[in-house]
Design a protein around this ligand. Structure first.
Ligand code: ADP
Ligand code: GLC
Length: 490
């Protein structure tokens, strides 16, 4: 099958979070299965260009219709870790992708609406006719809308699978996007059955467009698929999902074990497997040196993630203080997000704890440090308020790092509580708490630290259980191929 992925992120070149991992991991799995996969991305000025091999112009002078005129666009081609990637570069005074960050600008909706339009123009003019176009998140929600409303004459057989990684960000915007893309007809498109936002009358919702117009819609775990339909986690899209329930489901993401695997990971100083678990502790020592933590006999708790409300940052803050007053060390690796209040809180905490030999807060994004943290810490705390899949705890499991998570979203599908789960003992791999409050978090951390301190053999069993589990792309890859086959023959 010939599949084109359209996404705002792809690891490691353009990655803000797990979306980038998922697009690369799934594409690689599909290629291993013999499918032909191409990935279309914006050409951000700030990308890891060192990871793109042989970047060259694939299509020059693509004139993309925009606001009744057209923007001259160049499409580039290069290989990223063996995958074929196209990069869309518009030449206009808007500088759509010449920014410091991937997202967080007032014109985000226009930037990515343009990306959708340009992608279809490129497929059309480069005579690319994939069987399936797989789109991701709100940034690409207009692809199926434009395909159906503007390009059907020339591209009649293309089917669209649309995967939602985060319902919190839906691309809610104004009708100017209809004018810009040439869709026009606000009374038609802003109808509640199409792109009209369910909460704000008169607003346009790009994610809703993706749901309504795609042939199949997935989210990134079975548990989250239920949450978005039946709880407030659907962020007002529940009724839309009800209408389209026959084409909606949850598929748990995989982890790419070519990248995330302590047996072959060249970003960690000492490689290990389940049969050489002791070697993990060499990484722990390097982590301590790297972050100026004192050498002592104590567990290290880690946090890896965006500094964002979603991640339950008040609970992360509490976990740091709890660790320090209960004989544990703490390491945080997190990139500042879009909430200035939360960013400030963590910068202040970092300054307060600057001299503390048992704690290090690294505020920033670092691929290299990230691998060292997973390999070096004993426990990873993930107290998210919502978490559609949660790759961080899945990666931790592979590194023999025991996750302490809130029972939410995909983490319900991946982490089993050591003490309270009904699952067989060998499937129990971490600690789970339910309420998003400090008592619940403390009780889980207390159990985890207790096991580490008093029952080291049992703790090791928990580590091994996690390492032996298979969260590779094999099964989800198979599930996505089934979805593609299903929509192709509809
Ligand atoms: P989300 O997609 O919501 O950010 P996930 O846990 O699914 O959460 O995926 C996050 C991905 O980003 C993981 O691969 C994680 O290792 C990585 N990551 C998160 N924060 C950082 C950081 N500060 N530096 C490097 N990688 C990070
Ligand atoms: C989103 C979600 C995260 C998920 C990731 C990859 O960013 O927040 O839970 O793992 O996408 O699908």
């Amino acid at each position: 099958m010939y599949i084109v992925m359209v996404s705002a992120e792809c690891a490691p070149v353009a990655k803000a979070g797990g979306l980038g991992d998922m697009v690369m991991g799934l594409s690689r799995e599909l290629a291993v299965r013999g499918h032909s996969v191409e990935i279309v991305l914006p050409k951000y000025e700030r990308m890891r260009y060192q990871d793109i091999w042989d970047l060259q112009v694939a299509y020059a002078d693509l004139w993309v219709p925009w606001h009744g005129s057209a923007i001259n666009t160049t499409v580039w081609f290069g290989h990223v870790h063996g995958r074929k990637c196209y990069f869309v570069e518009p030449h206009s005074q808007h500088g759509f992708f010449q920014r410091d960050r991937l997202y967080g600008y007032p014109d985000d909706a226009e930037r990515f609406a343009f990306f959708c339009k340009a992608t279809l123009e490129f497929l059309l003019h480069a005579s690319k006719r994939p069987e399936v176009i797989h789109c991701h998140d709100w940034q690409t929600g207009l692809v199926p809308v434009l395909l159906c409303e503007q390009y059907r004459g020339q591209m009649e057989h293309q089917r669209v699978c649309y995967t939602i990684h985060n319902f919190r960000h839906q691309g809610v915007t104004g009708r100017q996007v209809l004018a810009a893309t040439g869709l026009g007809r606000p009374e038609h498109f802003l109808h509640p059955d199409r792109l009209g936002d369910n909460a704000t009358p008169g607003a346009l919702n790009m994610m809703k467009g993706g749901i309504v117009y795609s042939n199949f819609v997935t989210t990134v775990s079975p548990h989250h698929a239920g949450e978005v339909r039946f709880t407030d986690q659907g962020h007002c899209l529940n009724s839309t999902l009800d209408v389209h329930q026959a084409k909606f489901g949850g598929i748990l993401n995989g982890v790419c074990y070519d990248t995330w695997n302590p047996e072959i990971d060249w970003l960690i100083p000492a490689r290990y497997s389940v049969s050489s678990l002791d070697v993990k502790y060499a990484n722990k020592e390097v982590l301590r040196e790297r972050f100026w933590l004192r050498k002592t006999f104590s567990p290290i708790i880690g946090f890896v993630g965006r500094i964002d409300e979603q991640k339950g940052m008040h609970l992360v803050h509490h976990a740091i203080l709890y660790a320090l007053s209960n004989g544990a060390q703490f390491v945080l690796l997190g990139e500042a997000g879009h909430n200035p209040g939360i960013n400030r809180q963590f910068w202040n905490l970092k300054h307060q704890l600057n001299e503390n030999p048992d704690c290090h807060l690294e505020i920033g994004y670092s691929e290299e440090l990230c691998h060292l943290v997973y390999a070096g810490v004993d426990l990873l705390v993930v107290p998210s308020l919502f978490e559609p899949c949660g790759l961080a705890p899945m990666i931790a499991l592979r590194y023999g790092t025991v996750p302490v998570v809130r029972a939410i979203g995909g983490m319900v599908d991946t982490v089993c509580d050591r003490d309270f789960s009904m699952r067989p003992e060998h499937e129990r791999n971490g600690y789970v708490f339910h309420q998003a409050d400090t008592q619940a978090l403390e009780s889980a951390l207390w159990r985890a630290l207790g096991l580490w301190n008093s029952y080291p053999c049992e703790f090791r069993t928990l580590m091994s259980n996690g390492m032996r589990q298979d969260f590779s792309w094999a099964r989800p890859g198979h599930d996505y191929v089934n979805v593609y086959e299903h929509i192709r023959h509809k």
